[in-house]
Design a binder for this molecule. Structure first.
Ligand code: ASP
Length: 598
């Protein structure tokens, strides 16, 4: 190589049966004798005396030229020795990083034969997901999966580096445990040595990380596998990975800072061009109430407008019954007036399915509002409505009335339905949502349902509400907590909280939740015991790594960043899990399987 020539890309060192990576060859290597290993991506015969073969390895493709014919097929595994040379003028391929060169005088040694692949590895061919997962080992050869899994490794290492720099210690916690309090269904494992008893797989390391704090470890983190038996979606798998962290003698602000630094390190490594310039100064905050009022969601996608506008006051005295004495909010869909009647009927049905009593639509024309309900509203009301929503001709206005929770929920979903950009579009809008309510609802007997696990510390300014003699239990829903979520472009990346470390407060919360002493002892006895021996104040967080990586890579489904995911129905078409087990094994575990119900 001469000084003036461009060196090849930075690639990992080679060893073993190869002397170079296929994808790394550049004009700088012209004249080098090389040995390459990989899969046959394509083969073309040029008459009897010349064959071209594209050879693929982890780093990319290179063209190999063979004098004479060669018996290889797609996806056979070969070792090729030859000499790097410039491609003849006019035959370069600018679309390929190795496109200026080829390997000539090739000798081909077949290492493995392959049946024709179930689908072409070539990225341009769309293949349905079940087939991709059934033959995941073939799918993994594709550029997309290679890129995504390597990005994931970069994310993990950026996380580790950041956490270590911040003084956190990586500590592993067990997989076979007692149940954890995240509120999902547990996966359970029967015990052979203790017949009739079961381990739970961790929904998170929550209780163990709190024990680590009692144990004086002070700053814990782990890239932890969590298992929850919940319905699967594009952004949810039974097993998923979290950056799980906990620290002692800290509060909410400290945890937010530590987590932001780790997440920012990942974003800087994978998608620096999408990180807003001010991200280094910290991610913006929004209270839960503001998020719900403006976006109808606790994970607002702030990449686009269409915010929920308060109209309750506008219609306080209206003669239109559907709007009087109710919460009324609306959104403006820019240029939405072109929607057809049929589309609007579909939207209305959708809104009803989400819980609304109805959906009021108004098309904004140059003359006024075109809407079936316009005749029920006064001129003043219509003018005030237009002004509040800043309506322009060509827009569509959508209004929902009812109880505040339903109005926010339905309009929040309509907003996403009509405006949400693809996850990979636009800048990365990280957002901290703070001051979540401590309780999310009241159950049938009027008891509060916790919004997070029962160890979440209430907001210091709302503590008095917990002790007060209350005539209306609904007041409890006003109590804020020191729980916080991190959101990225409308995806919930994770949550955390300051924990309760004072036994009296913990008792109060258990009492409110209707968890009596025996139940508390049975479920979390070991943690409560530990808290008798000097628990420090502590707080933590957990951020979903699958979602973070998927969002940074612009993948809508986390399955695209997981090497071996399950399908939406929780099955694994590759290994055929879940499967039946041997009767002898059942017997050993003391189990009998009942026939399916119905
Ligand atoms: N354990 C919680 C979760 O997995 C996060 C936390 O509070 O640290 O959602």
């Amino acid at each position: 190589m001469t000084d003036t020539e461009e060196p090849g890309p930075t690639v990992p060192p080679v060893f073993g049966m190869r002397t170079q990576w296929c994808g790394a060859l550049r004009p700088a290597h012209v004249g080098d004798k090389v040995a390459l290993c990989g899969w046959v991506a394509r083969r073309r015969e040029h008459g009897e005396h010349l064959a071209f073969m594209d050879l693929r390895d982890r780093e990319g493709l290179v063209q190999c030229v063979i004098d004479g014919s060669v018996d290889v097929r797609s996806e056979w595994v070969v070792r090729v020795t030859g000499t790097v040379r410039r491609r003849p003028e006019g035959t370069e391929n600018p679309g390929l990083p190795t496109g200026e060169v080829e390997v000539g005088d090739c000798q081909v040694e077949v290492l493995s034969r392959a049946e024709p692949p179930p689908f072409p590895v070539d990225e341009r061919v769309e293949t349905d997901e079940t087939t991709r997962l059934r033959y995941r080992y073939v799918d993994l050869r594709r550029d997309r999966m290679q890129r995504n899994l390597r990005a994931r490794a970069v994310a993990n290492s950026a996380i580790r580096r950041s956490m270590e720099q911040q003084g956190f210690v990586e500590i592993e916690t067990p997989m076979l445990i007692a149940s954890t309090p995240e509120g999902a269904r547990d996966f359970v494992v029967p015990s052979r040595l203790h017949l009739g008893r079961f381990y739970a797989l961790p929904q998170s390391p929550q209780l163990f990380k709190q024990l680590c704090m009692v144990g004086g470890l002070d700053r814990y983190y782990q890239i932890a596998r969590c298992l929850r038996d919940e319905d699967l979606r594009a952004d949810r798998q039974f097993e998923f990975m979290q950056l799980d962290l906990e620290a002692s003698f800290v509060g909410q602000e400290d945890v937010i800072e530590v987590t932001s630094a780790a997440v920012r390190a990942v974003a800087e490594a994978l998608a620096p061009e999408r990180l807003p310039a001010d991200a280094a100064a910290g991610f913006p905050r929004m209270t839960w109430v503001e998020a719900m009022e403006r976006y109808g969601s606790d994970k607002p996608d702030v990449r686009f407008g269409m915010e929920l506008v308060e109209l309750t006051g506008t219609f306080a005295e209206t003669g239109f019954n559907a709007f009087r004495d109710r919460c009324v909010k609306g959104i403006r869909v820019p240029a939405g007036a072109s929607m057809t009647r049929k589309q609007l009927d579909q939207l209305t049905d959708q809104a009803k399915q989400w819980g609304a009593a109805g959906l009021v639509w108004m098309r904004v024309g140059p003359e006024g509002l075109d809407s079936p309900v316009a005749k029920f509203l006064s001129e003043q009301e219509l003018a005030a409505l237009r002004a509040a929503l800043e309506a322009e001709p060509g827009d569509l206005l959508l209004l929902v009335a009812g109880d505040r929770g339903t109005v926010r929920h339905v309009l929040g979903l309509l907003r996403l339905e009509l405006g949400r950009p693809a996850v990979g579009q636009g800048d990365l809008h990280f957002l901290w949502v703070v001051e979540f309510p401590l309780f999310e609802a009241l159950d049938e007997v009027g008891r509060p349902v916790p919004a997070h696990h029962p160890f979440t510390m209430p907001h210091p300014d709302d503590l008095h509400l917990l002790d007060a003699e209350r005539s209306d239990p609904a007041e409890l829903l006003e109590v804020r907590s020191q729980a916080y979520d991190l959101v990225l472009n409308g995806w919930e990346l994770g949550s955390g909280s300051v924990r309760i470390h004072r036994p009296d407060l913990q008792q109060t919360i258990f009492r409110l939740l209707g968890i009596d002493e025996a139940t508390a002892q049975a479920r979390f006895g070991f943690l409560l015991d530990a808290f008798r021996y000097g628990p420090p104040p502590h707080a933590g967080f957990a951020a979903g790594i699958d979602r973070l990586v998927a969002a940074l890579l612009g993948e809508e489904s986390i399955r695209e960043v997981i090497a071996f995911p399950k399908t939406q129905s929780g099955a694994d078409p590759l290994t055929d899990a879940p499967s039946g087990i041997d009767p002898r094994q059942l017997e050993e575990l003391g189990l009998r399987v009942l026939p399916p119900k119905g």
